[in-house]
Design a protein around this ligand. Structure first.
Ligand code: UDP
Length: 379
């Protein structure tokens, strides 16, 4: 399992991918798989942890120098047989473009979970290189938006450990917006909605590199510590309490949200989600049941005035089983078998000294049928 290099697993605060990686590793190990996790220093896991880099780099999130360094060092370690007693059957990657670009030369079949929308240059990149990995989307909308020529092999929604999230049916007056301070996530639109609805708003989340100016100009000037409060980046019990006591969570997104962990986290605590119907929002929010799907700030403000119809218990139930780690790992086990079965003959140069360590599909342990996973197709 290769996590991104910037934030440890589990994440000390912000870090949706890192939470997902933590749960997948735990569940795979519980099922008896031998898992090595390559992640940022400071990571902890029930899997064997390898930290190729000297330090985590939360301040340089997205910097491809660290990504390339991390992925290359992880693959070197796999090539050298370092991670464990047996050869690696499959690499499950959660990083970015470097692994996919080089996927045909990976030291084991490569599965990549896509954590970003496949748009623009990024989409074009996958159209060119995506065939070098078995690609997994995290929502149907993300898969649907993939450009022509990008083969998505399966859709596996991100999991959540529901038992870790406290439920509350007693709610305070405030609205919650939580996420990274980025115009696509819309904290400035949440401010507008709270004003229109006449409700207090709590904003929580980090200001990542490149977004300092947006935060200073579009968010910070509205923070008065009373009607609009900024809690900074939140974690642990404080984060749980913020979610659980909120009247609703606002998701005024303007992008093809590939999943949106914050939505299932809010719902887990019994807090309804009012979202713009973009990206995966409509797959998580059922309008009128666990939240509302709206078009703009005016509709969102009106929906805030009509929260009584939404039952916190229904909110929690809507995510309790659907996003369990067991379901995600059932799917990933099938995907790993699919990827291992696709292993191409290594190029002659690569064969030397490595062929004897490479498992063929016949050596994978038998398991569940492929289920919803797409069957191998000819390229
Ligand atoms: N998060 C956090 N503290 C914050 C803001 C966010 O722990 O102050 C976490 C949040 O709980 C979620 C993740 O960061 O698990 C954000 O994931 P999401 O999928 O919503 O957004 P993205 O990955 O696009 O930033």
């Amino acid at each position: 399992m290769v996590a991104p290099p910037w934030i440890p697993v589990p994440p000390p605060g912000y870090g949706g991918i890192e939470s997902v990686v933590e749960l997948l590793c735990d569940e795979l190990v519980a099922r008896g798989h031998d898992v090595t996790l390559f992640a940022a220093p400071g990571s902890r896991s029930r899997a064997r942890v390898c930290t190729p880099l000297e330090a985590a780099h939360p301040e340089q999130i997205g910097d491809q120098l660290h990504e390339a360094d991390h992925v290359a060092a992880a693959w070197d370690a796999i090539d050298a047989g370092a991670p464990g007693p047996a050869p690696v059957d499959v690499i499950h990657d959660h990083t970015g473009v470097v692994a996919v670009a080089m996927g045909a030369r990976a030291p084991a079949p490569l599965v990549q979970t896509l954590h970003l929308p496949l748009e623009g240059d990024f989409g074009r990149f996958y159209a060119r290189h995506g065939h070098k990995a078995t690609l997994v989307a995290i929502s149907r909308s993300q898969a649907r938006a993939a450009p022509r020529g990008v083969r998505i092999d399966a859709v596996v929604p991100n999991p959540i450990a529901i038992e870790r999230w406290p439920f509350s049916d007693a709610k305070d007056d405030y609205l919650l917006w939580i996420g990274r301070m980025d115009p696509v996530k819309g904290p400035h639109r949440a401010i507008e909605v709270a004003r229109r609805a006449g409700r207090p708003l709590v904003l929580a989340g980090p200001v990542q590199p490149g977004h300092e100016r947006y935060f200073q100009e579009c968010v910070e000037p509205h923070v008065d510590g009373r009607r609009i409060r900024y809690a900074g980046e939140v974690a642990g019990e404080r984060k749980h309490r913020l979610y659980a006591r909120a009247a609703a969570m606002l998701m005024p997104i303007r992008w093809a949200e590939p999943f949106g962990m914050v939505m299932i986290e809010a719902l887990a605590t019994g807090t309804p989600v009012i979202a713009f119907a973009e990206g995966a929002a409509a797959e998580i929010v059922a309008d009128g049941r666990n939240g509302r799907l709206v078009r703009d700030e005016a509709e969102m403000a009106r929906a805030v005035g009509d929260l009584d119809r939404l039952d916190p218990r229904v909110c929690r139930e809507s995510v309790a089983r659907r996003y369990a780690a067991s379901g995600a790992v059932d799917a990933y086990e099938a995907i790993y078998r699919l990827a291992a079965g696709r292993r191409r003959e290594p190029a002659p140069l690569l064969l030397r000294g490595t062929a004897d360590r490479r498992p063929g599909p016949e050596r994978m342990s038998p398991g569940r049928p492929l289920g919803s996973v797409a069957r191998p197709q000819r390229r």
